[in-house]
Write a new protein. Sequence first.
Length: 81
Amino acid sequence: MGIEVKFFASMRDIIGEDREIDSEILNEKSIKNVDDIWNYCAEGKERPANVLIAVNMDYVDAQTLVKEGDEVAFFPPVTGG
């Protein structure tokens, strides 16, 4: 099952394609929270401070725990004019 990870707008430019982190990797890498997911996907790239994060379409912070079946999304703040 795993966790589906999506990147939008400039986050896609930083990370690239959306990812599926399978159960084996979750256990092997001890991925427990959103910050762990960013670190795994970003391969050393720092997360911009103003990035919005959602788990299952609810806004969360980077310390929010994740579990198999979750969808995690990273996207820049929305601006308008």
